[in-house]
Ligand binder design. Sequence first.
Ligand SMILES: C[S@@+](CC[C@H](N)C(=O)[O-])C[C@H]1O[C@@H](n2cnc3c(N)ncnc32)[C@H](O)[C@@H]1O
Length: 246
Amino acid sequence: MRLSYNLIMKFRLQRQEISKDLFIFCLEQIKKNKIHIPRASKKIVTGLPSILKEIQEKGLPNYLLMKKLKGKLGYGIFLHPEAKPILKGTPIAPYSGKVLLCPQNMENDSDYTFALISDLRLTKEEQSKWDSTRRYHPRRLYALDLDALKRGNFTRFINHSETPNIEACFIHIPANLSGLEPAPFELIYVAKKTIHPGEQLLVCYEGEDKSYWGHKTKPFPMTPKTFRLNQSSIPVPPQRHPRKSH
Ligand SMILES: C[S@@+](CC[C@H](N)C(=O)[O-])C[C@H]1O[C@@H](n2cnc3c(N)ncnc32)[C@H](O)[C@@H]1O
């Protein structure tokens, strides 16, 4: 219990981290490649500020629980058995981490990386700036990755399923009155369908290229109900003995 609490408190990055230079480069690439990034819904924009506050203060919103699963599955995130259902379209949190520009075919051994934008071609000058250790190659493709290995929040503990109840939405956050800092692109986890009390939060890691599980052992076939929690699976905090009166 203590171990999972420490882990959650270690990972409290509210939103993605990106250097100013890389941010400018990304904006240029989005424009140059005419990449359309859909706008966040009103529900996402208004729902996120309170979630971000909870991440900063407690690591995990009150209605969620982190629990160790069997074997190599590691930890997972669950909706508390006594919480209200989370409805479709409700934001869960930004998948936060460090935004990096990497050669696309480079083996990535981080279990916590999402490819945000792929198939970027860099000019000679851009390659020497962003990839100075490799010789220039005009056909080398690059990807913009989001890595939560060292920095991130509780979303990094959300496991994979072929039948997920969460989807990773690559969207832009427009200027708004909710106090949420706008962003031209961000990866936000959103409920794909109703998440019922006690269910595990699960997302599909695979993009179109099906590269996540390619060089790993096959994923365990989990659904949100596979390890469903009930009230008896929640550890009860130790009770203090009532003081004896003399
Ligand atoms: C983003 S992490 C998820 C959190 C992880 N359980 C932990 O405790 O750090 C991704 C890793 O979790 C494990 N994992 C997630 N979903 C899985 C699944 N369906 N089957 C097997 N392993 C899974 C794999 O080791 C995977 O590389």
